[in-house]
Structures are given as C-alpha cells and as structure tokens.
Design a protein around this ligand. Structure first.
Ligand code: ADP
Ligand code: MG
Length: 260
C-alpha cells in the first residue's frame, strides 16, 4: 500500500506507472534484467524487440500475472497517490481492475455474448448494477462501431471485431492504464487497420497505454515513446523520430535494419 512509500516517491498525477529495477527469471533463465520504465499520464509507450526479448513478460509483471524476482512496480492514482503493486500485500484483483489488458489471442469468453463480455468486470468487480453496466457497455460498443453486435457471441465476429470488443472490455471499467500485447499479430492483414484505428482513438481520448507491437509504422505514428528491449534489457528509449531515424545505439539500428 502507499503507506510503504516515502514522500519523495509520491511523484504526483503526471506519472501513472513506475517500473523500478525489475528482474524476472524463468527457471535459471533471466528474462527481465533490471527494467526501469516510467510512464506518464496520457502517454503511449510502445515496446519493440525481437521475439523472446521479454515484452510479454514485462506486461505480465505489470498486470501481476507474473511475480517479479527483484525490483518493484508502482501504480499512481489520478490523485498522485502511489501503490507498490508488487508488494505481496497488494490486492491483485483490485490492481487488475485499474489496469486494462488485451492479449494477442482474443480472450473473449466464448459462452457470453459481446455485451456480457464487456460488462462482466463492472458487474463482478465493481458491483455495478446490470442495467447501469449495460448502459455504459452499449454506449462503448456504439462508440467503437459495434453497437449492433451486442447480443452476438464472439465466434460470430471477425477477428478484428473480436479484438475491438476485447479492447472495449478492457476499458469498460475506465482503467488508469491499458496494456496491449501484440493485439494485431493474429489478425488477417486487412483487419489490422480497424484495431489500430481504435488504439489511435483511445490515445486521442487521453488513455495511458503500454503496448508491445511488431507494427513499426504504427509505432512510428502513434507512440510518444518507443522502448527497444533486447534480452530483457532496455537498450534505448526515446521518441519515435530518435528510435527510427537517429537511433543512438548500434543495437537499435541493427534490429531495425533486420526488419527492412
Ligand atoms: P516477447 O514477448 O518479447 O516475445 P516473452 O516475454 O514472451 O518475450 O519471453 C521472454 C523469454 O521468456 C522467452 O525466452 C520465453 O521463452 C521465456 N518465457 C516466457 N514465459 C515463460 C514461462 N512461463 N516459463 C518459462 N519461460 C518463459
Ligand atoms: Mg510477446
């Protein structure tokens, strides 16, 4: 809880997420080796790096799906109060309710219709009444152009529509932070655009987003900051112009060169 933090660590409303010296090993294999990453409110941070570099693991530690071995992660509320979410005493369900997550593979509940998927967390975690949750959920579905799909089951939707519903579900409880892990990499190429357009709209609406992607052109256009991860280490971090046009580190240049 915030009581464990010194006053100078209460960095105020400008910061949402503060990852400090995070290490993670699987068996004896180090996957994150001292990650430091601060994410500002309304900032869009895009993680790039080869497969296996640790992007998903980093996102999972932030969402408490993986425990850190060392270091800690602070989540700051809009009031500036910080909570050490890696403290074993932190309430994982409550932390996850403050962080929306979408993964590569559509993780909609197949036995629930679209509206029930979108409203589930509000109803179960926040105890919002069904009527109110459905009002909010329908408005959200209208906003993403899927109002007419509210009563459909996920398998009746295209992959792009399913990912848009997954995003709607992730933002339905108004989280402070949105984590997106390769959300377009399982999609047919013609469906990628509609999902990325939605991410762009969320950014315009002020969402704070940490996103792993292979879509470099999207990263270039939408990221406020690009973070290049290699073997569990942040090699370089900076605005897209720096990373893509004038990388300061030879390893960053080499990685981008290989993608061309
Ligand atoms: P990325 O998302 O950048 O492709 P990951 O974070 O998925 O990278 O994986 C980083 C490394 O950690 C890889 O070597 C992967 O095999 C390993 N890894 C990830 N999750 C586990 C796990 N649950 N158990 C063992 N090894 C894992
Ligand atoms: Mg991954």
């Amino acid at each position: 809880m915030s009581g464990t933090l010194r006053p100078e660590e209460q960095t105020g409303p400008a910061v949402v997420l503060d990852v400090q010296g995070v290490h993670k090993r699987f068996d004896e294999h180090p996957v994150l080796r001292g990650i430091d990453l601060t994410v500002g409110r309304h900032e869009v941070v895009v993680l790039i790096g080869a497969s296996g570099s640790g992007k998903s693991t980093l996102l999972k530690t932030i969402n408490l799906l993986e425990q850190v071995d060392d270091g800690r992660i602070l989540l700051h509320g809009a009031d500036g109060a910080a909570e050490d979410i890696t403290d074993p005493r932190a309430d994982a369900d409550r932390v996850r309710a403050r962080i929306g997550v979408v993964f590569q593979h559509y993780n909609l509940f197949p036995h629930m219709n679209v509206l029930d998927n979108v409203t589930l967390a509000a109803r179960k975690v926040f105890r919002t009444s069904r009527a109110e949750a459905e009002r909010t959920g329908l408005a959200l579905l209208e906003r993403i152009g899927l109002g007419d799909k509210a009563k459909e089951y996920p398998d009746r939707l295209s992959g792009g529509q399913q990912q848009r519903v997954a995003i709607a579900r992730a933002i339905a409880t108004d989280p402070e932070l949105l984590l997106l892990d390769e959300i377009t990499s399982a999609l047919d190429p013609q469906l990628v655009g509609e999902v990325l357009d939605l991410v762009r709209e969320l950014k315009a609406a002020g969402s704070t987003i940490v996103m792993a992607t292979h879509e470099m052109s999207f990263a270039r256009r939408v990221a406020d900051r690009v973070v290049y991860l290699k073997d569990g280490v942040i090699i370089e971090s900076g605005p897209p112009q720096q990373i893509f046009e004038r990388p300061e580190r030879a390893e960053t240049a080499a990685f981008l060169q290989r993608l061309r």
